[in-house]
Design a protein around this ligand. Structure first.
Ligand code: 17E
Ligand code: FE2
Length: 410
């Protein structure tokens, strides 16, 4: 064996040794007899599959304040600021910020990332840069790129062609933003078009859907219906769906039945939507984060994303998925023990399901040897203390080590 990690606490609580050989998990057993070139005594700390960042915008990451700060805190002002900033994008600018962000993520245990790339930008610079980044980093971190028309698929006459071009260039998924299209009809049509493109090019779908507090924003039902009719179900993701938090319960109940039938994935971004939404409310002020607990209780796949790290929509952000999970625990009131454990799943296994990479993901013999060690003995403690990720293994190689902070009383 190349590596043996001894006394690993799995997320489910079992204590095992894990053997890594030639980039693959070779053995998971209570007490491994074999010898290895290197042994790490994990001492009962949590060993987990890597974190999955299922929703982030790497093209705009690290641009907060450029050319100005978001004063209103709304999605719409963010889109306008980004429209100005994106005029000066270069391949180098996007690649540098994206790679710096991926390193920040990887050192905190993230080894799978789905990023959106704005394709409503005339030269497709963001998309081309992120496709180059996907290739450049593939030995240590897996990146998926969604072709995302930030200004709307029908926002400008050339946007549909730009989307098709992005898919020809190799984007992994088709994106959309129906609630931002000029009319409800355009929004509905955009969803149909997205499904046609996904089928034509054989790609995944991840739509920014109903990211608004408008209780009349009902594109999620269109996405779910298209998923049922096309049979694409698990290859489809509805991101944000914040209007779901404003729907009346009678409609939400009907919708939930359709969502179950559709079997699509959901991504909530609690850090950002707790700050973006509710901005037009006085009091009571809505939380504007989708019905995470109810979707989970319904047995649907929900994962969590950071969405932003220092960009026009959110000037904060650390890249630490435990921050995201902790915010979900609070905002979605998932404070029960099984609910906190579910929030940990939402930044690990559920994220892998959203990305449709389950064949390459998980602590199982035969899977790639990508795993993380945390300075905590359970997912609950990891979230509560935002525990440090002490070791990150990618494809059998130790990629990064972090020493947890030391405290000394005088
Ligand atoms: N664009 C968008 O439409 N929504 C968001 N939350 C971000 C970018 C970050
Ligand atoms: Fe987003």
């Amino acid at each position: 064996m190349d590596f043996i990690l001894r006394e690993c606490r799995l997320p489910g609580g079992e204590l095992v040794d894990i053997g890594l050989e030639q980039g693959v998990i070779e053995a998971i057993e209570p007490c491994l007899e074999t010898k290895a070139a290197q042994t790490i005594d994990v001492g009962g700390q949590l060993v987990s599959p890597p974190f999955v960042e299922s929703h982030i915008h790497l093209d705009s990451a690290l641009t907060a304040g450029q050319p100005r700060w978001n004063q209103s805190g709304t999605l719409f002002e963010g889109i306008e600021i980004w429209r100005d900033r994106k005029q000066s994008l270069t391949l180098e600018d996007v690649k540098e910020r994206a790679i710096a962000t991926l390193k920040l993520q990887a050192q905190q245990g993230v080894l799978f990332v789905r990023t959106h790339a704005d394709v409503s930008e005339t030269n497709l610079v963001a998309l081309k840069a992120l496709l180059q980044v996907r290739e450049a980093v593939k030995d240590w971190i897996t990146v998926q790129v969604v072709a995302f028309p930030q200004d709307g698929l029908y926002g400008s006459p050339g946007n549909l062609e730009l989307m098709a071009e992005a898919l020809k260039l190799g984007a992994d998924a088709v994106g959309g933003i129906p609630h931002y299209e000029m009319t409800r009809e355009d929004g509905v049509q955009s969803v149909h078009r997205i499904f046609e493109l996904a089928q034509q090019y054989d790609r995944l779908i991840d739509i920014h859907c109903d990211e608004i507090d408008d209780d009349q924003s009902r594109f999620l039902e269109v996405v779910a219906a298209c998923a049922v009719r096309s049979g694409l179900g698990p290859r489809v993701t509805a991101s944000h769906t914040t209007a779901f938090a404003s729907y009346n319960n009678a409609y939400a109940f009907k919708l939930m039945g359709l969502l179950s039938r559709s079997n699509i994935n959901f991504i909530a971004n609690p850090l950002i939507n707790i700050t973006l939404q509710g901005r037009t409310d006085t009091y009571p002020k809505r939380r504007g984060v989708t019905r995470v607990k109810e979707l989970w209780q319904q047995g649907l796949n929900v994962s969590l994303g950071h969405d932003c790290i220092r960009d026009p929509w959110y000037s904060l952000g650390t890249g630490n998925m435990l921050d995201v999970a902790a915010m979900a625990v609070h905002v979605c009131q998932m404070t029960g023990q099984s609910e906190i454990a579910a929030c940990y799943d939402m930044i690990t296994t559920n994220g892998a399901k959203t990305l449709a990479i389950q064949d390459r993901y998980g602590l199982e013999v035969g899977k790639p040897a990508s795993l993380i060690v945390l300075d905590a003995d359970s997912p609950y403690e990891a979230i509560r203390r935002r525990a440090a990720v002490t070791h990150v293994f990618s494809h059998g190689k130790l990629l990064v080590e972090t020493k947890p902070a030391e405290v000394k009383w005088a």
